[in-house]
Write a protein that binds this ligand. Structure first.
Ligand code: PEP
Ligand code: MG
Length: 323
């Protein structure tokens, strides 16, 4: 079976009824690239750049970051690479960044919130990204946005850094797409408005589930609430995809759910355009997508959205998709 899957590495990601989707991989460092290429991923759907900042004693310089982003873009050879700006805070700390102790770090100053507070860090990263943009197909993505003003502020700063570089005579690609993660329920519910101001969405289900269920994603005692197929989660996901469709932008997903064999049929049916997962899940996902009809799953996913529990949804999907 592994040999059969390997043959799929060179194949396109297409459903049984001929609909193309993108099956991309998540990475945390350049060491992960080998697996991405081996498994024939269609691109990188999430580069978690915080790992560049972790396990060291000082902030990585603009030049160091530039070299890393350039390397990733070159290796992907024109395939799309979604690079997420720094998502530190919550469960991820930096030994050299003193932050005030918070009683609820996951609800506190993390990710873009921190970047807007520490603009110096943010600007350094954005400059490195903009400089690397001519080496491939770069998409820049902002994490943990709750309200429009955060997105607008991030885009304003990005625009300023671009203008500065251009003034310095440094080339910046004009094909960069700018998008946001949808991982806070408030952003999912307001997706129609966000969709008018970004080029793409990527749904971060790891956090979206945690915040929707009010259940810490690291806490074993409440792990039973971590329910990706719960209709409450599915409805939020569906709202986001439909809002994206209405605005003419594409929607991806980069949380664990995107590579989950039970979730994939539903997500395909709802119209998700890009699925980003660990590299080892790409070929099994491609094999599954190839057996599914998007049209059929469009109506099955509508039925799933009317259900009341995760168990009902799970049984319903597993009976119909032979996974
Ligand atoms: C997510 O929240 O789903 C996500 C992809 O981001 P992270 O797991 O890095 O928080
Ligand atoms: Mg997240």
């Amino acid at each position: 079976r592994r040999e059969q899957l390997k043959l799929l590495a060179q194949q396109p990601s297409v459903s049984a009824d001929g609909v193309h989707v993108e099956l991309a991989a998540n990475i945390g460092s350049i060491e992960d690239l080998m697996k991405v290429l081996e498994n024939g991923a269609d691109g990188v759907g999430l580069f978690r750049t915080e790992f560049i900042y972790m396990g060291r004693n000082s902030f990585p310089s603009e030049e160091e970051q530039y070299q890393i982003y350039k390397h990733v873009l070159e290796k992907l050879d024109g395939k799309r690479v979604v690079i997420r700006t720094l998502d530190i805070g919550g469960d991820k700390e930096l030994p050299y960044l003193e932050l005030p102790k918070e009683s609820n770090p996951f609800l506190g100053l993390r990710a873009l919130r921190l970047c807007l507070e520490r603009e110096d860090l943010f600007r350094t990263q954005l400059r490195a990204l903009l400089r690397a943009s001519t080496s491939g197909k770069l998409n820049i993505m902002f994490p943990m946005i709750a309200v429009l003003s955060e997105l607008r502020e991030a885009k304003r700063i990005l625009g300023e850094e671009r203008a500065k570089l251009e003034q310095e005579g440094i080339a910046v690609s004009d094909a960069i797409e700018v998008g946001m993660m949808i991982e806070i329920p408030a952003a999912a519910l307001n997706a129609d408005h966000f969709a008018k101001e970004v080029d793409f969405f990527s749904i971060g289900t790891n956090d979206l589930i945690q915040y929707t269920m009010a259940a810490d994603r690291m806490n074993e005692s409440v792990a039973y609430l971590y329910q990706p197929y719960h209709p409450s989660i599915l409805r939020l996901v569906n709202m986001v995809i439909k809002a994206g469709e209405r605005a003419g932008i594409w929607t991806g997903m980069c949380g664990e759910m995107a590579g989950d064999q039970t979730a994939i049929p539903l997500l395909l049916g709802m119209g998700l355009n890009e699925f980003s997962m660990s590299a080892s899940s790409v070929l099994p996902a491609r094999e599954l997508v190839g057996r599914l009809s998007k049209q059929e799953w469009a109506s099955l996913s509508e039925q799933a959205l009317t259900m009341g529990t995760q168990e009902e949804v799970q049984q319903f999907v597993e009976q119909r998709s032979q996974i």
